[in-house]
Ligand binder design. Structure first.
Ligand code: ZN
Length: 265
């Protein structure tokens, strides 16, 4: 399996240099992620196909930078199929005929097959795609070299407890490489994923300590965790603090009453 990285040409504040999409050519020519429908992306996929057809697009999760391109793809590649784990209430936003994936599904891709690993946390429908023979994992937004992954709070579809479990699951697989949706290929997954785990647990301790010190609301905790944060980043930082509090509530270590959080003795 030789995956070909194709830029989605959608640079921006949330996507960095833009997304990678991954093309697997062969018996079942497969594109992993749809990008955002940029004409340059569609042209690059056409060029890579060199007159061949595109059979299917596996969408790793329903965030716009991965899924919104399906509209353009459906028009540019007649007969192409779209596959993803369902996210009811979100998938309707991209009105194509979705074929549902589930954890453990084996999907023919290229001249080989990929196994779907449902890895929620960043989004409820998030999947990684596992290629056992090479131990390559298409990790989508589970990990990114040189930065941490935004885990939204529950009302935005995030779940930090689930994300921590997804990290453990991927660590246990011992992948050789991670092929992400953002940034370079990750050649030492173990080190990066262990670093993520340590960072989140550190943050969690800081949140617990803040509550213990009487900072009982998200906006009170925020400046302690993110001193000197840029105003534009405040909504994401606030939501990250909330995601931590929700995990701590799930672990029965804090209690919530409205917007007030207290520690459980
Ligand atoms: Zn995402």
């Amino acid at each position: 399996m030789i995956p070909l990285a194709i830029r989605a040409f959608n640079p921006g504040p949330m996507t960095g240099a833009g997304n990678w999409t991954w093309l697997l050519r062969g018996r079942v020519t497969t594109l992993i992620d749809a990008g955002t429908g940029e004409p340059q992306h569609l042209a690059a996929v056409h060029e890579a196909l060199a007159g061949g057809r595109l059979d299917q697009v596996i969408v790793t999760h329903g965030h716009g930078d991965h899924a919104s391109g399906v509209i353009g793809m459906a028009a540019a590649f007649p007969g192409v199929r779209f596959l993803k784990v369902p996210w009811p209430g979100r998938d309707e936003k991209w009105p194509v005929e979705w074929q549902p994936l589930a954890d453990g599904t084996r999907v023919e891709a290229g001249d080989d097959a990929l196994t779907v690993l449902h890895t929620p946390g960043h989004a409820p429908d998030h999947v990684c795609l596992w290629h056992e023979p090479t131990r390559d994992l298409f990790c989508a937004d589970l990990a990114m070299e040189g930065g941490s992954i935004y885990i939204p709070s529950a009302h935005r579809g995030g779940d930090l407890s689930a994300y921590m479990s997804s990290l453990e699951r991927v660590l246990a697989l011992r992948p050789a490489r991670l092929l992400p949706a953002h940034g370079p290929i990750i050649d030492d997954p173990d080190e990066l994923l262990r670093g993520y785990r340590a960072h989140r647990l550190d943050r969690e301790q800081q949140v617990l300590q803040a509550i213990h010190d009487g900072l009982n609301a998200v906006d009170a905790i925020l400046p302690r965790l993110y001193p000197g944060i840029k105003p534009a980043m405040v909504p994401f930082a606030r939501d990250t603090v909330l995601a931590h509090l929700e995990k701590l509530e799930h672990d029965a270590r804090v209690r919530r009453e409205g917007d007030t959080w207290t520690d459980v003795p």
